[in-house]
Design a protein around this ligand. Structure first.
Ligand SMILES: Nc1ncnc2c1ncn2[C@@H]1O[C@H](COP(=O)(O)OP(=O)(O)OP(=O)(O)O)[C@@H](O)[C@H]1O
Ligand SMILES: CC(=O)C(=O)O
Ligand SMILES: [K+]
Ligand SMILES: [Mg+2]
Length: 576
């Protein structure tokens, strides 16, 4: 699919989701450019515009073999230009702790568009295997890799599986179809030739569909954006009347409800990982993605199966498995699922179609807390800035929702349609960034909740020396008002345990592995650097100090708490 694909505004999904097309009396106050617009670096001499309006001319940076040194690993230290310039200009406290995942779609798939997102603060790029071809995804993944190699970013790649829940067909290539109030539509398990498909007929991907539904059931498209009631069943055809009109989008999810409850008959028996998903997973392993997010996880078993499959297919691979919490069945097995996974996503879109929407906020809070206890990164996803698909500024309610997730100290926030096919992907990213920074700062100032309170973090994992060291180091950093914590970590575990404490200062995580560096980029408060280091604490510390000082990222007198996972030690050191 090409990058020129655009939804025309009259077909924007926002409209399908019940927003009036024209908002008379629009309550949006257009504030004077609340967030700086970012432009990616174009040439070695252009100015890189960074978060917080820091400007650094690429030509001012030391250049090695035609590339800026930040990219070319000066002295073996690798960090991206954006982080480097931000640290230089604004200091440690300025860094954003909450990470950002952006879904890459038709609106953001070109190299320059991906680069603009990276410059704007994207930490993880997500590709959704529900949409597009493998070739399309391969191109996106390779562009992200190229960006990392050429510009020193550590943008991780997350592949999200399609899963085998019930969904509609692709509308024979149409961007959408409008269902009007009272209209009769047919949902069928019959497949048609695109040219021979009768009007108002939609093919459903699940063969048991016509058998499972009953007359009187409610059929919800995309969690209730469009609703139908089943009036008649004729063999493979389910005849429905539209009760809540709206736009039907290709491959939209379908659920059916009886007497106010989700019906889960044989569809509950559909595999979490379909045969197509396994092929996509093989593709993801071959392309070396960093995370595989599994849609509609119902139990821990599927996560264990996938993890052992990855190990067998690609021994020594660092691919992490993220459980998407979006199925009603997952809620009964939350703790086991999260324990088996390397992280979780609160996938509020489909979750809100499987449980009453008023229950979504409490599930979000519970999953975020559980992940924190179990030391697993957690992503809050879907509809954070939904109106920005179409408008350049968010609603106040959306800002409040983002603030809530940041206040819960989730590791990451995710953009879906906003970045995949919305009109303002960079602005949406800028809003996530500025709201995160503001709420994080406010939280530190207010100390509204003591993040290092051991009761908050220490239960549920078996106590370990590393964990105690990290808890103590974080408390020390807070009490001494340290400027940063440095951690030298080979497999990332110690960095994770520090992040889990949500300390007041940023955590510089030095790792010799580029893939660990990328995977740490999903975790709260971690600034991952690639650095080869020896086991000798003294020498690696002196080397790090001189490399960072030479690049202006730390200053003499800065107080650093140093944690080493090899020696299991804590040191408090003033930068000489
Ligand atoms: N690779 C792609 N090609 C085309 N359209 C895409 C692509 N990725 C995303 N989109 C569009 O962006 C929208 C939002 O993306 P998102 O990843 O949230 O998908 P979704 O269909 O809501 O499924 P999920 O529940 O997995 O998030 C999609 O509905 C689709 O219209
Ligand atoms: C992200 C996702 O899959 C959802 O919200 O449904
Ligand atoms: K998906
Ligand atoms: Mg989903």
């Amino acid at each position: 699919m090409s990058g020129s694909f655009r939804f025309s505004s009259s077909l924007s999904p926002v409209h399908s989701r019940g927003f009036p097309k024209l908002r008379f009396f629009n309550p949006r106050i257009v504030v004077p450019n609340p967030v700086p617009l970012l432009k990616p670096m174009k040439t070695a001499h252009s100015r890189v515009v960074l978060p917080g309006n820091v400007k650094v001319a690429a030509s001012e940076l030391p250049v090695t073999s035609g590339k800026p040194a930040a990219v070319a690993e000066s002295g073996g230290l690798q960090v991206d230009l954006v982080t480097e310039a931000d640290l230089k200009a604004n200091g440690f406290r300025s860094t954003r702790r909450t990470k950002i995942v952006c879904t890459i779609g038709p609106r953001t798939c070109e190299f320059e568009e991906i680069e603009a997102l990276a410059v704007g603060g994207m930490n993880v790029a997500r590709v959704n295997m529900c949409h597009g071809t493998r070739e399309w995804h391969r191109d996106v993944i390779r562009r992200v890799r190229q960006l990392n190699e050429e510009k020193g970013f550590a943008v991780a790649i997350m592949m999200d599986t399609e899963g085998s829940e019930i969904h509609m067909d692709d509308l024979n290539g149409a961007e959408s179809a409008k269902a009007e109030d009272g209209e009769i539509w047919t949902f069928t398990v019959r497949a048609f030739d695109p040219s021979a498909c009768p009007e108002r007929t939609i093919t459903v991907n699940y063969d048991g569909f016509a058998e499972d539904v009953k007359v009187g059931d409610e059929l919800l498209v995309d969690g209730g954006m469009v609703r139908f009631v089943v009036t008649e069943k004729i063999g493979p055809d389910v005849i429905c009347q539209c009760t809540d009109p709206g736009l039907l989008l290709p491959r939209a999810n379908l659920t059916f409800w009886r007497n106010g409850s989700l019906v889960q008959e044989r569809n509950a028996m559909l595999p979490t990982i379909s045969s197509k998903d396994w092929l996509d997973i093989d593709f993801g392993i071959a392309e070396g993605v960093d995370f595989i997010a599994v849609s509609f996880v119902k139990s821990a078993e599927v996560i264990k199966t996938l993890k052992s499959y990855i190990t067998a297919r690609s021994p020594g691979s660092q691919i992490a498995v993220i459980a998407k919490i979006e199925s009603i069945d997952s809620l009964k097995n939350l703790e086991e699922i999260i324990k088996a996974s390397d992280g979780a996503m609160v996938a509020r879109g489909d979750l809100g179609a499987q449980i009453p929407i008023e229950q979504v906020p409490s599930v979000q809070e519970k999953v975020v807390q559980l992940c924190r206890m179990l030391n697993k990164p957690v992503i809050v996803a879907s509809q954070l800035l939904e109106s920005m698909i179409e408008y350049p500024i968010p609603t106040r309610a959306e800002v409040a929702d983002v603030s809530e997730a940041v206040g819960q100290q989730a590791d990451a926030l995710m953009l879906s349609s906003e970045s995949a096919m919305g009109q303002y992907p960079e602005k949406a990213l800028a809003v996530l960034r500025s709201v995160s920074l503001r709420i994080e700062k406010w939280r530190r100032e207010e100390k509204r909740l003591d993040a290092t309170d051991p009761s908050n973090v220490s239960s549920c994992t078996p106590p370990s020396i590393s964990e105690e060291i990290c808890n103590t180091a974080s408390q020390m950093a807070n009490k001494l008002k340290a400027d940063a914590i440095f951690v030298y970590t080979k497999n990332g575990q110690t960095a994770s345990l520090l992040s889990r404490n949500r300390p007041d200062c940023p955590i510089f995580a030095f790792t010799p592995s580029t893939s660990i560096r990328r995977s740490l980029n999903l975790q709260w408060g971690l600034i991952p650097f690639r650095l080869d280091f020896s086991d000798d604490v003294e020498s690696k510390l002196n080397r790090t100090f001189s490399l960072l000082k030479a690049r202006g990222m730390i200053n003499p007198g800065d107080l650093i708490i140093v944690v080493s996972d090899v020696l299991q030690s804590i040191q408090a050191i003033k930068v000489p």
